[in-house]
Design a protein around this ligand. Structure first.
Ligand code: 13P
Length: 243
């Protein structure tokens, strides 16, 4: 088990203000009753960044995406500096829902990651294979390509986290075998030396501890289960109990 695992909540496009603030309030209450050793990052929708920043306590804040550009005529986009200005320390980039739903290629993810690092944010760069790629035994090849082309040149272990999120595991309840996660984590550790590696895809309180025990896994990226404060706190606790 990594000494200080990072547990990241990706709320995706969920949560109006009252719901988001209620989750933060509940997490704050749990945290008052019990100290935990993990670093916790909440990535809400953009509209909730400011209200949540005001209620954060010991939690950290992250964006779910940023623009590949610094500023200017890019209607609807949010820059890395704007995230920093809203109180963010982290930003998720290259999530498969953006790679697929918004046709984001590795080169664009690299530009976005570069803007994030220039703004002083930690880039959480997501990689992962589709089910078809896994069946064709191409998972490592695809992940290798993603890492080679979507990490910025100026990246370092201090400002980049790689999130291994198999596309087929996201929101499906399917989780790879421990040995498969470990194989990918080992591979990533070899090509991105020293960079923190985390796992995402159907993480729940029932599987979090087991995944966190795997070699090279330094944290979790949690989608659906992070919208339930009690369940998310149990996931955070899996890191505490087994540390
Ligand atoms: P789920 O935890 O809902 O499977 O989502 C994972 C994810 O995409 C986190 O970024």
């Amino acid at each position: 088990m990594h000494k200080n695992p990072i547990i990241i909540a990706n709320w995706k496009m969920n949560g109006l203000k009252a719901e988001g603030l209620e989750i933060i309030r509940a997490l704050g209450n749990y945290a008052r009753d019990q100290k935990n050793i993990s670093e916790i990052v909440i990535c809400p929708p953009f509209t909730l960044l400011f209200p949540i920043a005001a209620a954060l306590g010991d939690l950290k804040l992250g964006g779910q995406d940023c623009s590949a550009y610094e500023k200017g005529a890019h209607t609807g986009d949010i820059s890395a500096m704007m995230l920093k200005d809203a109180g963010c320390s982290h930003v998720i980039l290259g999530h498969s829902e953006r790679r697929q739903g918004h046709n984001e290629q590795n080169e664009m993810v690299r530009e976005k990651s570069s803007r994030a690092l220039e703004a002083g944010l930690t880039a959480i760069v997501c990689v992962g294979e589709t089910l078809e790629e896994r069946k064709q035994a191409r998972a490592l090849e695809v992940i290798g390509e993603q890492i080679l082309h979507s990490l910025p040149k100026i990246s370092s272990p201090a400002n980049v986290i790689i999130a291994y999120e198999p596309v087929w595991s996201i929101g499906t309840g399917l989780v790879p075998k421990d040995s498969d996660i470990a194989e990918v984590a080992e591979f990533i550790a070899r090509i991105a030396k020293g960079v923190r590696i985390i796992y995402g895809g159907s993480v729940k309180s029932g599987n979090a501890a087991e995944i966190l025990k795997l070699n090279h896994i330094a944290g979790l990226l949690v989608g659906g289960a992070s919208l339930d404060a009690g369940e998310f706190w149990r996931i955070i606790n899996s890191a505490n109990i087994h540390a």
